[in-house]
Design a protein around this ligand. Structure first.
Ligand SMILES: Nc1ncnc2c1ncn2[C@@H]1O[C@H](COP(=O)(O)OP(=O)(O)O)[C@@H](O)[C@H]1O
Ligand SMILES: [Mg+2]
Length: 464
């Protein structure tokens, strides 16, 4: 290889090329985006299901429609849906544009960081739509959920102050796709006024991330909701119905991809998901019958998405059969490989994997290649032990744990590189953790094991 530590190993820039050993799944994922097919990824934890789903997110074409919810003159409780095309929006924007677009270079660092432009690790600026920094590979923001149901930790708007003519003035920085719009307090008020005058609210903006991940698997998160308002629809003090409509992940994924991790955990909600997929429309109603929003309903909210879902093989019986039929009828079910053939090319890929993990972690030093060899040996051992096959194990979560632990041991010893002794120690420690886990709470380790039992009973790899 002509290099001695993982530092010299070239890591592909494109996230999809960092996926190792699942060529088939990667291939189908690409096809699905191109041909608008659904995809169910089945495999044990830590084999790259989420990784594949996320890495195709930059292949999704930009949305062409904006979904707007408007006041209904005839029935205030039945707000209406309006779909705006790019041309319509551009025409209107010109007329109404308030505020000034500003280059991310010129905003305070905490603003460009919060809005997803600036990388916290290397401080370079990049496209706010990309959650991984293209310069150093660090995650600029997490794609996750908090209690408010936000899809990323990136903010859409942030407040700051500036001094103008000796007076402090509030200034609002709003992210619009990959641009920053700055608004003074007055201008922000104007925007709100325009919204009120038009009696409409943008439910799903044109400039959006077309890759939507629903993690919480709650009904409101997936299907939308009507905000509760203690004053109900009171003419003067209540919030008008159309302003209380909250879209679900199925709506946010309109024209894009909806990624659902652990499909079976949706339980009964799978039925609604199926309806949404069949109709490509799903009404938004209040999910709380005692809420003041219970009388409000928005019909026919578009949700034409590609579903990418993942599941563990043990959970297959908990997936709604009709939903699986739908996915198979309009897409594919792919069973993940758990072992790859032992050869030079694949060995190189494992070295690349180790280098990737070290870089991704960001807190551990590089590794000597002879130490990396031990991890590769371990991967062979795992293939034999868990899957009873010859080759390299693709159960990367286990290897991940070892790399990270070896790195932490090296750091605790102030070592500049991870060497053989660190890796050996980590493997020892890791073993005890596996053992502890299999005894205490069976979930993680026993999933791996029962998965193995399942495989032994199967001859074919396909579940079709
Ligand atoms: N096939 C793979 N190639 C490279 N790295 C992988 C692969 N599978 C897992 N990993 C590593 O393990 C981490 C966890 O994998 P993830 O995609 O979340 O697994 P899953 O969704 O199948 O449980 C990934 O972020 C990546 O660092
Ligand atoms: Mg996952």
């Amino acid at each position: 290889m002509g290099c001695e530590t993982t530092k010299d190993i070239l890591i592909p820039k494109n996230p999809i090329d960092t996926v190792i050993g699942q060529e088939r799944a990667v291939n189908y994922a690409k096809i699905c985006v191109k041909q608008k097919r659904h995809l169910l990824l089945i495999g044990p934890p830590g084999t790259g299901k989420s990784m594949i789903a996320q890495s195709i997110s930059n292949l999704i074409p930009k949305p062409k429609e904006e979904i707007v919810v408007t006041h209904n003159e005839k029935n205030e409780n039945k707000p209406l849906i309006k779909i705006k095309t790019i041309t319509e929006i551009k025409k209107n924007k010109k007329k109404e544009k308030v505020g000034t677009y500003i280059d991310p270079i010129y905003v305070p660092y905490f603003v460009s960081e919060a809005l997803g432009f600036k990388c916290k690790r290397c401080s370079k600026l990049s496209n706010a739509e990309e959650w991984v920094c293209p310069y150093c590979g660090a995650q600029k923001y997490q794609l996750a959920h908090d209690i408010l149901g936000l899809k990323t930790t990136r903010k859409d708007s942030i407040d700051s102050t500036r001094i103008t003519n000796g007076k402090e003035e509030r200034i609002i920085f709003k992210r619009e796709g990959n641009r920053i719009l700055s608004l003074t307090e007055k201008e922000e008020k104007k925007v709100k006024e325009i919204e009120l005058k038009l009696k409409e609210k943008t439910l799903i903006p044109l400039d959006r991330n077309p890759f939507v991940q629903a993690i919480g698997a709650s009904e409101t998160e997936l299907l939308g909701d009507i905000q509760h308002d203690p004053y109900g629809n009171h003419k003067k003090i209540g919030t008008p119905s159309y302003l209380r409509v909250l879209p679900g992940a199925v709506h946010e994924a309109h024209e894009g991809v909806l990624y659902l991790d652990e499909l079976s955990s949706l339980g009964e909600i799978q039925r609604y998901l199926l309806t949404a997929m069949q109709d490509k429309k799903f009404s938004i109603t209040s999910k709380n019958p005692t809420s003041s929003g219970a009388s409000i309903k928005v019909e026919n909210v578009p949700c034409d998405f590609i579903l990418i879902a993942s599941a563990n093989i043990n959970d297959l019986p908990n997936i709604l059969p009709a939903l699986r039929n739908r996915i198979r009828g309009q897409g594919y079910e792919i069973l993940f490989d758990t072992v790859m053939e032992e050869n030079e090319e694949n060995k190189k890929k494992l070295f690349q994997f180790i280098a990737q993990e070290i870089k991704k972690d960001g807190k551990i030093p590089d590794m000597n290649l002879d130490a990396a060899e031990i991890i590769i040996e371990k991967s062979k051992e795992l293939a034999k032990k868990i899957d009873n096959e010859n080759g390299y194990s693709l159960r990367f979560r286990i290897l991940n744990g070892i790399i990270r632990m070896a790195g932490d041991i090296a750091v605790s010893e102030d070592a500049e590189l991870i060497d053989k002794t660190h890796v050996k120690k980590a493997i020892e420690e890791n073993k005890t953790i596996e053992e502890q886990l299999s005894i205490k709470h069976s979930n993680w380790y026993s999933t791996e094991m029962s998965d193995f039992a399942f495989k032994k009973n199967q001859t074919g790899r396909e579940i079709l």
